[in-house]
Every structure is written in structure tokens, then in C-alpha cells.
Design a protein around this ligand. Structure first.
Ligand code: DOR
Ligand code: ZN
Length: 342
């Protein structure tokens, strides 16, 4: 196949930050995606509908002139989120979900939930009004091996949560293990997003000839058998698995640092990376539904009607993208890949 025309996709998990970085990264997303679920982990996080409304306006102001894009907002769940916040979120029309970060699990998660049981009143209302919960599924226990944190989270928190709230719709974000795939396959009202890095790379990428900070994200890349399970899920045609890049820009100096930040910048070339991964799995025919159908179906939004065409033609991912005082290093920067947008 040399050319692939698909319905325009959406990104169901995206970090675009704020201020100058927002203005640099948003056009990359807008070039490929019609809508995106915007992560709320700003400093301080987006916790109220008013904060989400103001952030949404700043995003809309950063859309390049003449282009279409709809930011789908989320609120950051904390120990202090109330049922009233959920009702307000639903009434806003533009807040589509709440994001659950275990406190301390990842970038800007200090305001996250300290004990999931504290949110039961909130989950009850979310279940009732059918507002999805987006979960960063990793335990924060420093005694648990970093490669096991997703698996342990499922056993310790997700299974019990599902038992308490069987109808609560959950997106298990950026899954990385066969354990997560199996959990999603079996659980009712649960879907999952999958990133390009977890489809294309295993944990060896972190240590290829030296320490490779631009492959460091959370949840961390896993072993090859897990990568294969993720590829199988994404290319299976099962509507429980859909596209969410988790593109998470950090400046080069914050990545190449004695304590480097977690996050891969993929917004520049996300769709091309997914095409690469699906072609390697001989499953390009499954890309459209994964990228463009199953996400809106889960969120109960209309599918997009525009189309986008990918052409098979080698190009080199830029090694860096300039920012005012630093730069971004795209995921797999400098590497040649086979697909581009026409
Ligand atoms: O690698 C990550 N980066 N994982 C997350 O969960 C957060 C994200 C970020 O915001 O940088
Ligand atoms: Zn994320």
C-alpha cells in the first residue's frame, strides 16, 4: 500500500501545556487531529470548570488561523473534588472526563488522589451521570518495581474500583502490559488508550548504547512480550482499544538532566508513527477504526467526517524543534520513517 486515506483521527490523550509551549505544539496536533482530550496536569492543575473554561479559551486562541480543532477538556481529580464539581462538569458540555492521577505517580501529580476510597462519593455521581474516569494506572509505592507498577495497580485498585462501580466508564490510559490488555478485555465499561512509543519500542530503547532520556515516559517502556501484547490489542479491531498519544513536551534541558522529566514528544508525527507500527504488524487496514472510530464511539461523540491521506514516502524525523529558550526533541528524532501526511 502506497497511500492510505482515512477518516480524520482524534487524539484521546494529549498534553499541550500552556503559554509559549502551547503555541509551538498545538499546530502539530491540529495538522493531524480534529479533536483531542486535553490533560489537566498544568501547574497548578485544572480542577474546576472555570479553570477548564479559561484553559480552553487559551487553547482556542492558539489554533492556527483558518484551521479547525476542538479541545475536549478534563478536570484533575483531587481528594477535594466534590459531587457538585461533577454536576458542573457535565453541565459545561465541554468537560468530557475526569483524570485520576495517584499522588506522586508522574509529572505534576502532586495534587493527585492520596487514597482512591476518598473519591467514592464522586465516582458514584460520575457513574450515575455517565462521565468517564481517565486513569493513570500505576501504584506509587517506592517498594514496587517500576516495571510492575501497572500490574500491581490493576490488582490493588482497578479491580476493586470496578467491583464498587461496575457501570463507571473508565479509560485505562496509556496501557503498557499484557496484564492491562487482559484486564481491559475482561472488564465491562472499560477501554484503553495506546501510545505510539509503547507500540514501537520496548525497554531496550532506553539503554541503546547509552542512556536515552527521550524514550523515558511513564508508564515506562516494558519488555518485548508486553509490547507485542499492546500491538496485538491495538491491531485487533477490538473497539476497547484506541489512539491516545500521551504526547508530553518537556524542554531538552529538562529531559537531558540528572533528574530528567518523563514524557515523549510525539504530537509532531504521531499519526505517521502509528502508521509505521500498524504496517509492521501488517494491519494498516485496522488503523482507521483505532485512530478515528473507537474513541468517539466510547466518548459518545460523532465520528469525524473529514479525511486525511497518508503517503508512503521516507522522511527524517527532525532532531529538534526550536522553542524560545530551549528546544523539543521529538520521539525518535533523527530517525527515518516511511509514512507522511499528504
Ligand atoms: O510520561 C509522562 N509524561 N507520563 C505522564 O503520565 C505525564 C506526562 C507529562 O505530563 O509529562
Ligand atoms: Zn499523559
Amino acid at each position: 500500500m502506497q497511500k492510505l486515506t482515512i477518516t480524520q483521527p482524534d487524539d484521546w490523550h494529549l498534553h499541550i501545556r500552556d503559554g509559549a509551549i502551547l503555541k509551538t505544539v498545538l499546530p502539530h496536533t491540529v495538522r493531524q487531529f480534529a479533536r483531542a482530550i486535553i490533560m489537566p496536569n498544568l501547574k497548578p492543575p485544572v480542577r474546576s470548570v472555570d479553570e477548564a473554561a479559561a484553559y480552553r479559551e487559551r487553547i482556542i486562541a492558539a489554533i492556527p488561523a483558518g484551521q479547525q480543532f476542538e479541545p475536549l477538556m478534563t478536570l484533575y481529580l483531587t481528594d477535594n473534588t466534590t459531587p457538585k464539581d461533577i454536576i458542573a462538569a457535565l453541565a459545561s458540555g465541554f468537560v468530557k472526563a475526569l483524570k485520576y492521577y495517584p499522588a506522586g505517580a508522574t509529572t505534576n501529580s502532586d495534587f493527585g488522589v492520596t487514597d482512591i476510597r476518598r473519591c467514592d462519593r464522586v465516582f458514584e455521581v460520575m457513574e450515575e451521570v455517565d462521565l468517564p474516569l481517565l486513569v493513570h494506572g500505576e501504584v506509587t509505592d517506592k517498594d514496587v518495581d517500576v516495571f510492575d507498577r501497572e500490574k500491581v495497580f490493576i490488582e490493588k485498585y482497578l479491580l476493586p474500583l470496578k467491583q464498587r462501580f461496575p457501570k463507571l466508564r473508565i479509560v485505562f490510559e496509556h496501557i503498557t502490559t499484557s496484564d492491562a490488555v487482559n484486564f481491559v478485555l475482561e472488564a465491562e465499561n472499560v477501554a484503553a488508550t495506546i501510545t505510539p512509543q509503547h507500540l514501537l519500542f520496548n525497554r531496550n530503547a532506553l539503554f541503546q548504547g547509552g542512556l536515552r532520556p527521550h524514550f523515558y515516559c511513564l508508564p515506562i517502556l516494558k519488555g518485548e512480550e508486553h509490547r507485542q501484547a499492546i500491538v496485538e490489542a491495538a491491531t485487533s479491531g477490538n473497539p476497547k482499544f484506541f489512539l491516545g498519544t500521551d504526547s508530553a513536551p518537556h524542554t531538552r534541558n529538562n529531559k537531558e538532566n540528572s533528574c530528567g522529566c518523563a514524557g515523549c514528544y510525539s504530537a509532531l508525527h504521531a499519526l505517521m508513527l502509528y502508521a509505521e507500527a500498524f504496517e509492521r504488524a501488517d494491519a494498516l487496514d485496522k488503523l482507521e477504526a483505532f485512530a478515528s472510530f473507537y474513541g468517539p464511539d466510547f466518548y459518545r461523540l460523532p465520528r469525524n467526517t473529514e479525511q486525511i491521506t497518508l503517503v508512503k514516502s521516507a522522511w527524517q524525523i527532525p532532531a529538534h524543534i526550536p522553542l524560545i529558550e530551549s528546544e523539543l526533541v521529538p520521539l525518535w528524532g533523527g530517525h527515518e520513517i516511511m509514512w507522511q501526511i499528504q
